[in-house]
Design a protein around this ligand. Sequence first.
Ligand code: G6Q
Length: 542
Amino acid sequence: MKIPAKDLSRTSAGKVLQQLAENPFNLAAPGQLTAERIKKYQCRCHDFTLLYATQRVDEDTLAALQHLADEAQAIEQFMMMKKGAIMNHIDGCESENRQVLHTACRDVFRKNPTAPDAAIQARRELERLQTFLDELDNRRLTNQQGKTFTDMIQIGIGGSDLGPRALYHALAVFRNPKRNVHFIANVDPDDAATVLSNIDLSRTLVNVVSKSGTTLETLTNEELVRRAYFQAGLDPSHHFIAVTGKDSPMDNPEKYLRSFYMYNYIGGRYSSTSMVGGVMLGFALGYDNFIEIIKGAHDMDMAAEEKDIKKNIPLLMALLGVWNHNFLGCETLAILPYSRALIRFPAHIQQCDMESNGKALSRLGKPLDYQSGPIVWGKVGTNGQHAFYQLLHQGTTIVPMEFIGFRQNQHEQDIEIKGTTSQEKLLANLLAQSLALAVGRQSENLNRKFPGNRPNLVLMADRLTPRTMGGILALYEAKIVFQGFLWNINSFDQEGVQLGKHLANQLLDHFLRIRQDDNYRAGDSDNPGWALLEAADVTGLP
Ligand code: G6Q
């Protein structure tokens, strides 16, 4: 299966969009953002509605964006990816050359003759997880004193931390009230100390997550927590669980109470619905809720196969992003959920997006002659309105925004004051911002003038549940993948991350040698690590 690869600058749709961008739809002109427009520019997929009347698009722009998606064969590529084609390839360069099959983790409940082997492997891991969780629930698996496990520490970093952690916070209200999860990611020893200072280790499981089984931060933190177990007189092999790649250095079941697997065709940042998220989320939320996440994600994976951009939220969001970034020249993107539960979600999307699409080489092996992924950032709720929104409204930089909102809150509690609930006030704020940023405000006083034309969209759902969370997760994954296809880049490797890992290890070797040999530094000034070592001196390290 050969992947159709075409650079954005070689597409005919790109040329049309270039012309349209000279005079984009003016949201700030009087009478443009009408009720009719708001009604017309809505897209629905399953539980979600996307409101995009507040983007600088009209029918001509949408037709050109549809043409762009067709020319790039975005849907065909997405379906090839789901069936197991090698996606991770760049002509003329050594690259990972792998399948990309995070969607297979969700394609586990239907008889699908085209499902790749990955779906069978995912189902097997799910069954093993279910057995493990049953044992915990039925007290067949307890600590050595016969007591239940009440806590879990998840040790992992990057893709083995951000997505799972975002989901845990998002769904905390669905948590088993007798179970808590704590996270250690950074190698900063204070991170681990904070978690360890306030926990009963004897009733805690430690879930060590590393696909490669070689990540310095994770292995160091694992040893640090193991030492705490030894010091407490506890045997770590009754508490430690591994989630790792088959045959990785961590694939050593004797060392662990249980070992679960993820496979090399699942990228770290796309791994939340594999065992990377599954073990911890299953422990905290229960197996059924984890399955709901998977089902919500699967629904979105299917919805993302729709060719008509007006019926496919992830594809439409991908295209609107390309329009704003490549044609209207906006360099960043803000993700702004109006739900405190999504507190960690912008950080996850930041990683997933910037690690996937922060690339400068096309899949044809040539430097790009256009921009790829934007700088992604964001924060939850109305708090931002009292902080950085000033720049969004009146700053010299135009920041496209993606708002996420829910009609109902998660908890049963709310209060009605002056005839409206807090949830209604929250939503009113969200919608007011969306409209104000698009339309702006005229004023004689230049200081109080708002130029408008700040492109934004609103993703709405009824309530943030495990199912909707799975949907939002898969929606953003698909959006990022589609943008990679449109930019014709390899979204599935991360050489920049690998470089950082490699350099840190190299530098640590230097530290070690300095400790062992006082004469080493003088004779080694040609060593490329030297400049870094000089800098390290300033920090007072060894
Ligand atoms: C994600 C990246 C990266 C990775 C971490 C942790 O896509 O590859 O963020 O997840 O570096 O790697 P391990 O899971 O191998 O420890």
